[in-house]
Design a protein around this ligand. Structure first.
Ligand code: GRF
Length: 195
C-alpha cells in the first residue's frame, strides 16, 4: 500500500505521538512516521520514538538565537526525509512564517479544546471555570494565528459536575488519541489522491 510520510513534532510525554505510532503499525493505515523532532532534551516522547525505531532529531530551541533559526534547523532536518505531512503533537512552540510557509496546508496541530473556544494554554481549567458542559479536542491546520487555522476535525466529551482540570484532561486525551490518527488518515487519502 502507498503511504504518506509524516514528521511528528513533540515537546513532552508524547502520548499523541504514541497514538500515531500505533496507528502506523497497521498495514492498512496510509501513513508512516519518517522522523520525530523534539525541542526538549530527555522527554519521554523521545524514548517512545526510539523504541519504535523511528529517527529522532533533538533540536533544542534554546540553542538558537531566534525562532527563525530554530525553525530553519527543523526545516533542514525534515528535508532529509520523504515527508508529506507535518504533525505537531504536544509541540509547545509557536511557529512563525519561516516554518509555516513551506508547509502551509501540510502542517497540522492538535489542541485540547473545541476551538474556537479556549485557544492557548490551560484549556481544561478555563472550560470548567466557564461552566462549559462540553469539552473536547480539535485537529486543525497551522496558520500564523495561535490555534486559529482551519479545523479538520473535532471530538467532544462531556464536562462532568465534579471534574477537575486533570480528570477532564484525561477524558479529552482519550479522544485526542482517536482523533489524531483519524485526521491523518483523512489527509493522507487526500494527499495520495493528488499524487
Ligand atoms: C495534549 O493534550 C495536546 O493536545 C496538547 O498537549 C498535550 C500533549 O500531550 N497540545 P502528549 O505529549 O501528546 O502526551
Amino acid at each position: 500500500m502507498t503511504k504518506i510520510g509524516l514528521a511528528v513534532l513533540i515537546s513532552g510525554r508524547g502520548s499523541n505521538l504514541q497514538s500515531l505510532i500505533d496507528a502506523c503499525a497497521s498495514a492498512d493505515f496510509p501513513a508512516e512516521i519518517k522522523l520525530v523532532i523534539c525541542n526538549i532534551p530527555s522527554v519521554f516522547g523521545i524514548e517512545r520514538a526510539e523504541k519504535a525505531g523511528i529517527p529522532v532529531a533533538v533540536i533544542p530551541h534554546k540553542d538558537f538565537p531566534s525562532r527563525e533559526t530554530f525553525e530553519q534547523a527543523m526545516l533542514d532536518e525534515i528535508a532529509k526525509y520523504p515527508v508529506d505531512l507535518v504533525c505537531q503533537a504536544g509541540f509547545m512552540r509557536i511557529v512563525t512564517p519561516t516554518f509555516i510557509s513551506p508547509w502551509r496546508g501540510r502542517l497540522i496541530n492538535i489542541h485540547p479544546s473545541l476551538l474556537p473556544k479556549f485557544k492557548g494554554l490551560h484549556t481544561h481549567e478555563r472550560a470548567i471555570e466557564a461552566g462549559e458542559t462540553e469539552a473536547g479536542c480539535t485537529i486543525h491546520y497551522v496558520n500564523e494565528g495561535v490555534d486559529e487555522g482551519e479545523i479538520i476535525l473535532q471530538k467532544s466529551v462531556p464536562v462532568l459536575p465534579d471534574d477537575t482540570p486533570d480528570t477532564l484532561a484525561a477524558r479529552v486525551l482519550e479522544k485526542e488519541h482517536i482523533a489524531y490518527p483519524e485526521a491523518v488518515r483523512l489527509l493522507a487519502q487526500n494527499i495520495l489522491e493528488k499524487q
